[in-house]
Write a protein that binds this ligand. Structure first.
Ligand SMILES: [Zn+2]
Length: 244
């Protein structure tokens, strides 16, 4: 499904969004006293409510593990699958469902080591994970004075990224690597991971800031739809993702 292609790009763009939002707000405030804007506002109030845009189709769950599962699910389900996968190897896994994570999606604790391992997950479909992302992750490892980390992606790594991971002892797991790890689990464990992937509304993105499912909204001009945070009305959370 196309909208997942852009999640990575949109997540990157989200960081820049508040600045743009702020400048728009300022210019709107400056014009607030102009009569034209009052007229516009009253027209908007009179306009009848538009019907909600059609929901993207729910992908039919796979019955066994394949790359298609990664395509069906949103970023938060991908992180949950990674967390469950590492927990199956006997480690205690802790993750943060949303909010500032400081570059760590999952913390792994082993009884054989007094230092935790960290995991970063990138649920990208086509965008290749480059050396930039690996360098940043290495920086996170060093900032926590840690030696071992895993970078997991539903996509692939560039050759530079793989070389960097190898020379810095980062465990790089791409789509194929994760599928190999999953294939090595017992039938019951594989089913448990599949159940984790397809939990609840697995195809709808989660707000990166609030951890709630996003809802489909229509742009003011009616030209297209986008995923917006369900908390927008309550907390003014302005997270959004494209629907392609
Ligand atoms: Zn939100």
């Amino acid at each position: 499904m196309g909208w997942r292609d852009v999640i990575g790009a949109v997540l990157d763009a989200t960081a820049a969004a508040p600045a743009r939002q702020a400048s728009r707000t300022t210019s709107a405030n400056n014009k607030a006293s102009a009569p034209a804007s009052d007229t516009k506002a009253s027209l908007a109030r009179q306009r009848p409510a538009k019907p909600a845009p059609p929901e993207p189709e729910r992908p039919t769950p796979e019955r066994a593990w394949s790359a298609a599962v990664f395509d069906h699910i949103e970023w938060r389900r991908f992180e949950a699958v990674c967390e469950a996968l590492f927990a199956q190897s006997g480690m205690r896994a802790e993750s943060q469902s949303h909010g500032a994570d400081g570059g760590v999606d999952i913390w792994l604790y082993s009884q054989h080591s007094d230092k935790p391992m960290i995991v970063q997950c990138k649920h990208w479909k086509k965008r290749v994970v480059g050396v930039k992302e690996l360098r940043e992750f290495y920086g996170v490892l060093k900032s926590h004075d840690l030696t071992y980390g895993t970078f997991a992606t539903s996509s692939t790594f560039s050759s530079d990224a793989l070389a960097f991971a190898k020379s810095n002892r980062i465990n790089a797991q791409d789509r194929e690597g994760l599928l190999r790890l999953i294939a090595g689990r017992s039938t019951e464990q594989q089913q448990a991971l599949l159940d984790t992937a397809y939990e609840c509304e697995y195809w709808k993105p989660t707000c990166v800031k609030c951890g709630v499912k996003m809802v489909l909204r229509e742009k003011k001009d009616g030209s297209s739809s986008f995923w917006g945070c369900a908390n927008y009305g309550k907390t003014r959370c302005n997270s959004m993702m494209k629907v392609a």
